[in-house]
Structure formats: structure tokens, C-alpha cells
Design a protein around this ligand. Structure first.
Ligand SMILES: Cc1cc2nc3c(=O)[nH]c(=O)nc-3n(C[C@H](O)[C@H](O)[C@H](O)COP(=O)(O)O)c2cc1C
Length: 206
């Protein structure tokens, strides 16, 4: 077991000045098992998600909130992949983020997953503002977690959000301790850019 002994900053090294809420957000695993989420904090996170944009304002995101200590929390934790369960038990809340992929009228919602990711992005930035951390987890048993949701209609769980307060003194086993202090990296900006096909002659002339 390795302890993280001093506060660490994992702020991004950015190619342009970014808002600190964006540059300083990251996904920690060392969480404070004594921290409880307040009702105000939880409301702020969900409210941030609520105001995300979505296709035709369909707002297909759904959230199931389990607070540490509850039976629901234990059930979500049990559904996580072992490598996530190993540290996510210290989260103040485990929130299942799901997408309603078919509307009440039976119409498919092709952007539901996209929209839900966008709502979660809003939530993560608000969490940063609240002094909280969010670690998104795709590693969980989908059928098991879906069975926990009392959801009408076509609701697909996409990620579990481990929400809490980072704790520099929390004990993490390897390989999680090393990952906690590892540098963050991203593709260079130019790798994100796609060249475009030359415009057809007639529209180029127009
Ligand atoms: C959809 C999604 C699924 C993820 N699944 C996991 C996971 O199962 N376990 C984990 O430790 N981290 C998971 N992550 C966290 C990513 O590994 C992390 O966001 C990425 O490495 C970038 O690091 P940063 O968030 O600290 O910038 C997931 C993130 C996303 C967005």
C-alpha cells in the first residue's frame, strides 16, 4: 500500500489558456471515505446536468443516485468491475448515468447517448466548482446495474459516476497509487483536426 502524502496538482498543460475549472479537473481514485455529499452539492451537480443542451431539447439523461452507506450504494458498488470497486467504495455517492434511448412516443432518440455524455460533462465541471471530484466508470456489469434501475421505457446505463472529495492521505494499492500521481496526457491539438475534401468545382466557383 502506498500513501499519497502531499496535495498534488494534475492541472492540464494546455496549448491555450483554459478556464481553471476545465484545466484542473481530473479523475482521481484517492477519495475521502469520511466525506458525505450534502443535499446542496448533489442538487448543484444534477442541476448542471439538467441545463445541458440536447437534441430537440429531449433531455434523455437519467440519474440514479446512491449515497455511501445505503443498500443501493452497496448494490451499485457490487456491480462495478473489480478494478473499480477496489477504490470506488470511498466515493460519497455512486451515480448511475443512463440514457432514455426511446421517447415516450416510441420514437428512437439517436442522440440520447451523445446528449447524456454532454450532461455528465456539465456535471463534472460543476463538481469541480464545488470542490468535488468525479471519476466516470464504464467498467461495470451493465445487466446487473440496469436491473437496479426502476425505470420505465428504454433506459440504458452508460457510466457510473464515483463522486467524492479527493483525499491526499487515502491509501491506494498498486496499480492505483501509481496512476493517481501519473502525468495526464492528451493527443496534440493537430491530431484532432481532420483535413477536408476539396470543395466540388461548382460550389468552389459559387
Ligand atoms: C466513458 C468513460 C468510461 C471510463 N471508465 C473508467 C473505468 O472503468 N475505470 C477507470 O478507472 N476510469 C475510467 N474512466 C476515466 C478515464 O480513464 C479518464 O477520464 C481518462 O484517463 C482521462 O483522465 P482525466 O479524466 O484524469 O483527465 C472513464 C472515463 C469515461 C469518460
Amino acid at each position: 500500500m502506498t500513501a499519497t502524502t502531499s496535495p498534488i496538482s494534475k492541472a492540464a498543460t494546455t496549448a491555450a489558456p483554459l478556464h481553471p475549472l476545465l484545466a484542473e479537473r481530473w479523475s482521481p481514485r484517492a477519495l475521502d471515505a469520511r466525506h458525505d455529499l450534502t443535499a446542496d452539492q448533489l442538487n448543484a451537480l444534477l442541476e448542471a446536468a439538467r441545463w445541458a443542451p440536447s437534441a430537440s431539447n429531449t433531455q434523455p439523461w437519467r440519474f440514479a443516485v446512491a449515497l455511501r452507506g445505503s443498500a443501493e450504494y452497496a448494490a451499485v458498488l457490487d456491480g462495478l468491475a473489480p478494478g473499480n470497486r477496489a477504490w470506488a467504495h470511498a466515493a460519497s455517492a455512486l451515480i448511475v448515468a443512463a440514457a432514455e434511448t426511446v421517447g415516450p412516443d416510441g420514437a428512437a432518440r439517436p442522440w440520447a447517448v451523445y446528449d447524456t455524455g454532454q450532461a455528465v460533462a456539465h456535471l463534472t465541471v460543476q463538481a469541480q466548482h464545488e470542490g468535488l471530484a468525479v471519476h466516470q466508470l464504464g467498467g461495470f456489469d451493465r445487466d446487473r446495474v440496469a436491473a437496479l434501475l426502476a425505470a420505465p421505457g428504454e433506459v440504458t446505463p452508460l457510466v457510473v459516476l464515483a463522486v467524492g472529495r479527493r483525499d491526499d492521505t487515502a491509501q491506494l494499492a498498486e496499480p492505483f497509487a501509481s496512476r493517481e500521481t501519473a502525468a495526464r496526457d492528451r493527443l496534440p491539438l493537430n491530431r484532432l483536426l481532420l483535413p477536408m475534401q476539396p470543395a466540388p468545382a461548382e460550389s468552389a466557383a459559387a
